[in-house]
Design a protein around this ligand. Sequence first.
Ligand code: ADP
Length: 351
Amino acid sequence: MRSPSSRLSLSIAIALAIMAAIFIADTSTDYAVAAAGFYTVVILAVAHRLSARQLVLLASACIGLTILSFALTGFGSYRVGLINSAIGIVTIVVTTYLALKMEAARATAQEAQAQLLRVARASTLGELTACIAHEVNQPLAAIVTSGNACQRWLAQAPPNVDKAQQAVERMLGDAQRASEVIVRIRGMTRGQSLQPQAFAINPAIEEILSLSRAELERHQVDIALDLADDLPPVFADRVQVQQVLGNLVLNAVEAMSGLPDGPRTLGLATARGAAGHVLVSVSDTGGGLPSAAADQIFEAFWTTKADGLGLGLSISRSIIEANGGRIQARNQAEGGALFQFELPVVPGASA
Ligand code: ADP
């Protein structure tokens, strides 16, 4: 598998070879306009791989070759050759200008898509953290108040042990309340708004891929799809399952984009799983799971990222389990992480 930079060098090498061929054809004939037309095809073909500066350099090289070819062409009318070359140069300039505009528009659209994907994730996490913060803050504040009171009762001479004990009891009660709130919120994220339906898993995966495409292109990640075509429909909340997929894809991209040059491949596969289930696999060629932490990654607030919340996988696991499935992760022998989850198929369908 080729690395992103070797692919770029290969495209530039091919473009230069084609330009050399056009130059030879242009110099040995007097069809100057036709040759310029071929240069524009080269410019358009590589425009999405080059930076604006590189594209302008390439276009300048095409113009240089057109002028050189005109100077070297020894036959035909001088006037016709001059006009043809001038038209050719204008065509190259206009095409390059349009290609630059098109690439700028494409970059803006890609950025917007990437933002959409991040917002989709952040809004789920944001809602959950705000909810936890609000609900848990009340008993925590009460514990602090009781703790202060307890200190005062104990600081008296003689200490008022009875009052202090009551304050400690209130603190224990509030701590219990805080932990019940957490259990309740976990229950809520599992049970609330679950809307299971029968749906085909492959198109749901393809939708997430097309939403992530800009992000994948930006980080020069290749996609290896291996979707089984004879799967029964699964029975789960489609939106929630797509949230899990989006989260796993973003984690994979983040794991690969941190690495220096090397193949970056996101693998997405579907297959028949354990009886009555469909198996979905998301793999990457990143640095793999943090060693000795394969179990912890699914815990809430466990993260190795400076700006991570550590909630994505914990929510993903809640979602998959609420939908009657299981999720697990491990490192692949050839490097990179592999996340797999199972979803139940529609009752009555054979998997
Ligand atoms: P966050 O992305 O905010 O850190 P997650 O719950 O999604 O939260 O992930 C928890 C941790 O699991 C990450 O910080 C990272 O250490 C690890 N992890 C998740 N996905 C991958 C992956 N594809 N490759 C390697 N490590 C991963």
